[in-house]
Each structure stands twice: as C-alpha cells, then as structure tokens.
Design a protein around this ligand. Structure first.
Ligand code: SAH
Ligand code: SF4
Length: 383
C-alpha cells in the first residue's frame, strides 16, 4: 500500500483500511470515521469530511480516491425497478438492479464481466468472459445505488423498511452478472464491507450469495463469511444438470448437496435457497418434480422457482403459468416451502438472466462452446 499508486477507498475491506491508516500513524477510530463518511454518507471528496484531522485529509487527498465505476446508462421501470449500466473499460459493461418492495429494497449486484460457467439459459453466459471485478467495483455498485436512491426520496422510501428509512438498500443479492464464487477474494472483501457496522452494516441474513455450485468455495465462504446462500440447482439429476449448469460436470449433485449441508452448520439461516428456472419441456415435468422432492429430502431448503426470462439467442421458452403452478403444487404437497419469483423490471431488460451488459470475450470461451441452443432436447407442449 505504498508507492505512487492511487488507492480507491471503496476497495479496502475494514482490515485493509485500518492497516492503511495505521501505516500513517492513525488510530483505528480514524479508519472507522473515514469509513462512515464514505460508505454511510456517500461522500467522495475528502475535503468535505469535516471532522477528519487536517493532516489526515491531506494524506488522503494525496494518495486516495473514492471512485465508483463510471455510469453508462440508467433506466427506470414502470414498477419502480431501476437499472444502472456501468462501464468497465475495454468495451465491457456490467449491470446493477434495484428492486423496491413494500418492506425492503434489494440491490442485485454483479461480480464479473461475463461468466465462464456458460449456462445455456443465461444471457451473461452467452457473452463469454472478460474479467473479474475488483472489490472496489463490486462495492462501488452498492455505494452508487445508495447515493442515487438517497437523492430520490420517493425511491428510497419505497424500498426501505420504516426502521431503516435512512437506508435505501436493505438487502443485497449477488445475482447479477458473473459467478461470485469464481471471483472469491474480491467478493469476500466486498461482503466484509457490506456487513461491517462502520460501512453498510447489513446483517448476514440480508446479504445473499447465489452460486451455480462452486463446491470448494462454498466451504471457504462458510469459514470466512457465512452469509445467506442461494444455489442455482435448475435440474434434479446429474444428466440434465450437466447440460443446464455445465459446472455440474466438475462438481456433481452429490458433492453439491454435501457442501450445502456443511454450509448449513455456519449459515445465518437454517435453510439453503434452491433456485430452479422453469424451462418449457426441459426441466418442468412431473417426473422432475418427483426427483426434486428426493433431492430436497437431503438438505434443509426452500425453493425459488424462476420463470425463465427469454432472450433472442437462447432457443428456450418459459414454462406456461399453469405448468409452473402445478410444478409448484407438487413440491408444496410434499411439504416443501416454495415461492415463485415475480418478474420485475422486464420492460427495461432488468429481469434475471437478461442482464446483458456488454462483454469483450477475452477468453474466447464462446467460440469453444458447442451450439448451446441445442439444449432444448424435448420440445414438449404443455396444455
Ligand atoms: N452465477 C450465479 C449468480 C448470477 S445468476 C448463479 O448462477 O447462481 C442469478 C440467478 O439468475 C441464477 O439462479 C440464474 O440461474 C438465474 N438466471 C439466469 N438466467 C436466467 C434467465 N434467462 N431467466 C431467469 N433466471 C435466470
Ligand atoms: Fe454464470 Fe450464473 Fe449465468 Fe450460469 S446463470 S452463466 S453461473 S451468471
């Protein structure tokens, strides 16, 4: 942390910020004061941080910045959902989505420009992979959203529970672009800031990491920073999951379910959320529901059924509403807790899996993939 390099304060987790301040001879409370100015009040100019000592401010001005990624575009949906497109340089862009509800305001954050997992139902997966985001770029999305929402009192009130009316974003889900557990270290730094009382102060239950099933990193997260965990299951057997979530070939279902059980020993909630995308004629038959019930017996879990959000190249279709209802009912009849995700913000392409952003596929991963539209194995019509 020395030398001429400019440090972005948004990228320093609580321990690193304290270390930087200590290196300048400052006490830990200085770091906490700075953290509050930056993360809680959203101030980015050190000269405005009036209760910081003059010499401390001078050092900060000489060596540091507070810088969120540059904004490319902002969109607002008729239902109050907001989407920000951030420029990640070299032709890459990522997206962040705010979803206001009566009792909470949820921010959906991206962790990578692109994704290497390449699920055939996900538009991020179609774009290949460019790079991991830094802690500053991940936290920058939250910092920016909080600031933008504070400037828009109507939106802030919409999203915040009464006891937290000062805080527009009450929940964070790592469900934007990218696989958070394949960018572990940078995501961990960001999570620590989200939880830190002197930064965003969110409880572990209000921060959710969603993963396609990176088993070794699920174990590390359990040790390092156990927040709420959502697992993108999408298929009840290995044969189908190998195709829908290609990472399953490396970490098959048995291994994944064992990891979920180990995680539960540390988790802030006593269940894992299993996400299950509803794809017409692919994974939505009664037989899949039956197999899913067997899977669910092995892990304490809740199901979140996600109606597929179509995008042009996928060649896939959303299960009809009646099929989703019946599928859900099968699970409920077996005693499982099931919610069906409401589609929000689809008029601004902000719904799950539509987060296109723009990615320079530096790894050329898309060229190496087989024609993923062929995933539609049986085109079965449901009545
Ligand atoms: N990579 C992580 C987190 C980002 S994706 C993961 O896969 O879990 C967040 C959620 O959106 C996942 O459950 C994913 O399966 C779902 N999703 C992706 N594409 C979608 C689409 N087209 N329609 C609906 N949900 C989608
Ligand atoms: Fe990556 Fe998640 Fe999309 Fe799969 S669903 S390609 S893991 S972002």
């Amino acid at each position: 942390m020395s030398g001429a390099e400019t440090i972005n304060v948004l990228g320093l987790d609580p321990a690193s910020l304290e270390a930087l301040v200590a290196q300048w001879g400052g006490k830990p409370f200085r770091a906490r004061q700075l953290s509050q100015w930056v993360h809680q009040r959203g101030v980015d100019r050190f000269q405005d941080m009036s209760d910081l000592a003059k010499d401390f401010r001078a050092r900060l001005e000489a060596h540091c910045v507070v810088q969120a990624p540059p904004l490319n575009l902002e969109k607002r949906s008729a239902d109050g959902t907001r989407k920000w497109l951030f420029d990640m340089g070299l032709g890459n862009a990522i997206e962040t989505v705010f979803i206001p509800e009566d009792d909470r305001g949820t921010l959906c954050i991206s962790s990578q420009a692109g994704c290497t997992v390449a699920c055939p139902f996900c538009s991020t997966g179609y774009q290949g992979f460019s790079r991991n985001l830094s802690t500053a770029e991940i936290v920058g999305q939250l910092w920016y959203a909080n600031r933008a929402l504070r400037e828009d009192p109507a939106a802030a009130r919409l999203g915040a529970p009464p006891e937290e009316s000062h805080r527009a974003v009450s929940n964070v889900v790592m469900m934007g672009m990218g696989e958070p557990l394949l960018n572990y270290d940078q995501v961990l730094g960001a999570l620590r800031l989200m939880l830190d009382d002197h930064a965003y102060g969110l409880s572990r239950r209000r921060v959710t990491v969603s993963t396609s099933g990176v088993v070794p990193m699920i174990d590390r997260l359990a040790r390092d920073c156990p927040v709420a965990l959502a697992v993108s299951l999408h298929a009840p057997n290995d044969e189908l999951r190998d195709r829908l979530v290609p990472l399953n070939r490396k970490h098959p279902l048995d291994e994944l379910l064992d990891a979920c059980n180990r995680y539960l020993e540390h988790a802030p909630r006593d269940f894992i959320t299993f996400e299950y995308i509803m794809l017409d004629g692919v994974n939505d038959a009664d037989e899949h529901a039956r197999q899913l019930i067997e899977v669910a017996r092995r892990v304490r879990c809740k199901f979140n059924l996600i109606p597929f959000n179509p995008f042009p190249q996928s060649g896939l279709r959303r299960s009809p509403a009646a099929r989703i209802r019946l599928f859900s009912q099968r699970l409920v009849d077996a005693g499982l807790v099931v919610t069906v995700r409401k589609t929000r913000g689809d008029d601004i392409d902000a719904a799950c899996g539509q987060l296109a952003g723009e990615v320079r596929d530096r790894t050329r991963i898309t060229e190496r993939l087989p024609d993923r539209a062929k995933i539609v194995i049986r085109k079965k019509e449901h009545g």
